[in-house]
Design a protein around this ligand. Structure first.
Ligand code: RB5
Length: 146
């Protein structure tokens, strides 16, 4: 594991799963910084997505996790920030390839879509899989220049 620091955030619809994932990551020896939200009171997901994405775009953190109802809104919002490659996953294969081929730096998923145990497996695979670089780096460079 090259870097143990993870930044995490959710909206109200992802709050309960965020709390479970946060505990799981801490128990798995990650240092977790939680930018909120801290209750099930309604909050707009782009505000939380920006908090996490900005810290990754500025290289303060290498990887982040965002949870909302579906993961979709968080993913769309995070990908608006330069340097962010966010993926929404509801399966472990996508999580693995998003790291190997796309060097994703934010993982999104939805509390209304994935259960706790699948979410934990998705996190583990995403966090432990390395980017394969080479031809994939060339393609990421092309994305950066779009
Ligand atoms: C909130 O109701 C919901 O729209 C949000 O959590 C997320 O699923 C948006 O993509």
């Amino acid at each position: 594991m090259e870097n143990n620091n993870i930044i995490i955030g959710s909206d109200h619809a992802g709050f309960n799963l965020k709390e479970k994932i946060k505990k799981f990551l801490i128990d798995s020896k990650y240092n977790v910084v939680d930018v909120g939200t801290f209750s099930t009171d309604s909050v707009d997901y782009p505000i939380i997505a920006k908090k996490v994405a900005d810290k990754i775009a500025s290289n303060e953190y290498e990887k982040g996790i965002l949870i909302c109802g579906t993961g979709i809104g968080m993913c769309i919002a995070a990908n608006k920030i330069n340097g962010i490659r966010a993926v929404v996953c509801s399966d472990t294969t996508s999580a693995k390839f998003s790291r190997q081929h796309n060097n994703t730096n934010i993982l999104c998923f939805g509390e209304r879509i994935v259960g706790e145990y699948l979410a934990k497996d998705i996190c583990t695979i995403w966090l432990e899989t390395e980017f394969e670089a080479e031809r994939h780096q060339r393609r990421i460079n092309l994305i950066e220049n779009l």
